[in-house]
Design a protein around this ligand. Structure first.
Ligand SMILES: Nc1ncnc2c1ncn2[C@@H]1O[C@H](COP(=O)(O)OP(=O)(O)OP(=O)(O)O)[C@@H](O)[C@H]1O
Ligand SMILES: [Mg+2]
Length: 344
């Protein structure tokens, strides 16, 4: 407000001076343009130096597809579902409700990774953007006896942020560790309302991440494998109903008996399949390339061999997905890669 007053004085004072002449007019006009650029939330100049909310942010389908094709491995279902969801949401100039995705799967299969890629498509700074909000259940909502307070804080936080930027993205991680009921506080914002207290939530994106249902997905993937079917032939209809019912009835899903499921507000349950050794190897190669090294298949194999796999007998799926690839590569980096880089 102080800045606004200063701008008004800055513009008006030259106009009121006795020595008003055509030159002053151009000075005033110039000052006015400058002031507008400095204080308008939509100004190009201001947005060059400070992140601005793209109120009508739409996700570029082609760019998102390219990112997912190149960077997310072994998740044909998650990829397809998210692209479908985003296409529908972005093509609709006036969605009836926010986009709500619930991502499920075993550890290290790419739930955070995909959320990050998606968030970057809406707000290029991704998780660093002030319009992308990541909540961790164990960090932000740890105590059972504070649930009432958390609900109030969450409502205020979301209301405030969507008022400031309608295309805000909210990611709720560790949903399986969220105390039942906390998430229901935001149900009014997720529902089919034009506005709630003067704020429209219909351009926002809500993403829930959870390990709940991971065991169901793993079993379905293993059954496919056991019957000799291709992993890529698993379809959403094989898993989605299983997930929505499983999560609703699971006390440790954060969505146990949640009105959000009851009211069918979740647009898509997105299953993440357990990763096989070939996917782990792809993660290692991607990580080596990202670090600027030539891919060395011996190291790729060594890192993949250091991971543990389940079920005990068949050893098909990586216990931690690709999660520990970076740490394992650090060790190899110390021994071998420094030397390789030096030679290169
Ligand atoms: N499917 C994948 N394709 C490519 N990289 C992946 C994939 N899954 C995991 N990764 C890599 O592993 C890292 C850890 O994965 P991420 O944090 O997304 O797992 P998660 O599914 O959220 O696991 P958790 O349930 O334990 O939180 C990612 O940053 C990424 O580098
Ligand atoms: Mg995660």
């Amino acid at each position: 407000m102080k800045l606004l007053k200063a701008a008004v004085i800055f513009v008006l004072v030259p106009t009121l001076t006795p020595a008003f002449d055509p030159l002053s007019v151009s000075v005033v006009a110039g000052s006015a343009v400058m002031a507008w650029h400095l204080f308008s939330s939509d100004s190009w100049l201001r947005c060059r130096f400070q992140e601005c909310c793209n109120k009508n942010a739409t996700v570029n389908f082609t760019a998102l597809k390219a990112q997912l094709d190149n960077r997310l491995f072994g998740q044909h279902l998650a990829k397809d579902v998210v692209l479908k969801a985003v296409l529908g949401f972005s093509n609709n100039p006036s969605p009836k409700k926010p986009l709500i995705l619930s991502l499920h799967g075993w550890a290290g299969t790419g739930k955070n990774f995909l959320s990050q890629i998606l968030a970057e498509q809406v707000h290029p700074a991704g998780l660093r953007s002030k319009f992308v909000h990541l909540f961790l259940a164990t960090l932000h909502f740890p105590h059972q006896d504070q649930v009432k307070l958390y609900k109030e804080q969450l409502q205020n936080w979301i209301r405030g942020n969507v008022s400031a930027c309608p295309s805000s993205v909210f990611i709720f991680d560790e949903m399986d560790k969220m105390h039942p009921g906390v998430i229901d506080a935001i149900k009014p914002f997720l529902d089919y309302y034009e506005e709630v207290d003067g704020v429209s939530y219909r351009k926002a994106i809500f993403i829930f991440l959870s390990n709940a249902g991971g065991d169901l997905i793993n079993k379905a993937a293993f059954d496919f494998w056991s019957s000799g079917k291709r992993r890529e032939d698993i379809q959403l209809k094989d898993l989605e109903p299983l997930l929505s019912v499983g999560v609703f009835n699971n006390k440790n899903s954060g969505l146990w008996h949640s009105s959000i499921i009851d009211r069918n507000l979740i647009d898509y349950f997105v299953p993440f399949l357990p990763l096989e050794q070939r996917h782990v190897k792809m993660c290692v190669r991607a990580e080596m390339t990202a670090r600027g090294y030539a891919v060395d298949e011996k190291i790729v194999q060594a890192v993949a061999d250091e991971m543990t796999y389940f079920p005990k007998e068949q050893k098909i799926y990586s216990d931690k997905g690709c999660k520990t690839v970076q740490a394992k590569l650090d060790i190899h980096e110390d021994f071998v890669m420094r030397d390789m880089k030096a030679r290169a």
